[in-house]
Design a protein around this ligand. Structure first.
Ligand SMILES: C[S@@+](CC[C@H](N)C(=O)[O-])C[C@H]1O[C@@H](n2cnc3c(N)ncnc32)[C@H](O)[C@@H]1O
Length: 288
């Protein structure tokens, strides 16, 4: 199901909290055990580190963040216009300009008048120039990360955007892009499917980064996700899930139907600098 010839330019065009680049070797190894010639599902796709690493021919990708999913669709359907819009941001980039673009979502009526290409270019521009390079919104869903003062931010990475455009377009209808809840996204998964879940991580002290989206992914949501994982296991889908190594998650997936592997990763995005460093994460897969 992976493309026979992987294109090295097909890689994340955004920085995203929880990006999986570091864990790719371990994820590849675990997914490798699950793979057959099937449909790949990634219901929490974020910037798509695993999806782009894998470059499946048949896939369903999803994220609840509609603005993020819009960028995937614009890269696929309107790459030239998107690149032109990004080049305008490159020329205009400054601290004042950043805040001008950032404030656009405060005026809902004006924001709604932007074209989809303009909305997607805005998100990519803010993502590449904001502090720590991440998408962060406040409780009202408004983008609130400050300016990052980077010398040469890669606002318009044309070769990468064009490579992704060709890949997404080339896959045609075999590649479905959704924006909704994880549970809806995997409705069609069956024994011919491989599903990789990378949810917002559980935090034992409830201080986890939840700024992807207004609202949070608490223990109730983690439990709902485990129920989806169990249901897919029943249906015969091959599933892999990453999460933080906490007692709660270990207990949630304590079953002889699942294999839990602890891996360590360096985390760059955390609410306080002291929290950066080696942390343990879990890769959980069902036994198929
Ligand atoms: C840990 S990130 C994924 C990181 C991704 N693997 C990467 O490499 O960039 C989690 C993602 O889950 C999304 N999300 C949060 N709640 C969700 C839900 N109920 N259904 C689907 N996606 C959700 C967030 O918008 C965020 O992009």
């Amino acid at each position: 199901m992976a493309n026979a010839q992987k294109n090295p330019f097909v890689k994340p065009y955004l920085k995203w909290a929880g990006g999986k680049r570091q864990l790719l070797p371990q994820i590849r190894e675990q997914l490798g055990r699950l793979l057959t010639t099937n449909t790949y599902y990634e219901p929490f796709v974020g910037a798509g580190a695993v999806f782009f690493d894998y470059q499946p021919c048949k896939a369903v990708i999803n994220d609840t963040n509609a603005q993020l999913i819009l960028t995937y669709k614009m890269v696929r359907d309107h790459a030239d216009e998107l690149i032109a819009a990004l080049k305008t941001h490159v020329v205009s980039n400054s601290e004042d300009y950043f805040y001008e673009i950032r404030e656009m979502d405060r005026d809902t009526a004006a924001f709604d008048k932007l074209t989809d290409v303009e909305k997607a270019a805005r998100l990519i521009y803010l993502n590449k120039t904001c502090f720590n390079g991440l998408y962060r919104v406040n409780a009202q869903g408004l983008f609130n990360a400050p300016y990052g003062r980077y010398k040469n931010p890669a606002i318009c990475d044309e070769p990468v955007l064009l490579a992704i455009h060709n890949y997404l377009l080339g896959a045609g209808e075999a590649l479905v892009i959704l924006s909704g809840d994880f549970d809806d996204a995997v409705r069609t998964a069956d024994h011919n499917s491989v599903v990789y879940f990378d949810p917002p991580y559980h935090s034992a002290d409830n201080t986890n980064f939840t700024g992807y989206q207004a609202g949070r992914f608490g223990e109730q949501e983690q439990t709902r996700l485990r129920n989806t994982f169990a249901e897919l296991t029943e249906r015969g889908a091959k599933c892999l899930l990453s999460n933080s190594d906490t007692a709660f998650i270990r207990e949630l997936y304590a079953s002889d139907r699942y294999t839990i592997t602890a891996v360590s990763a360096k985390r760059a995005i955390n609410s306080d600098a002291a929290g950066r460093g080696e942390v343990n994460e879990l890769l959980i897969r069902n036994r198929r």
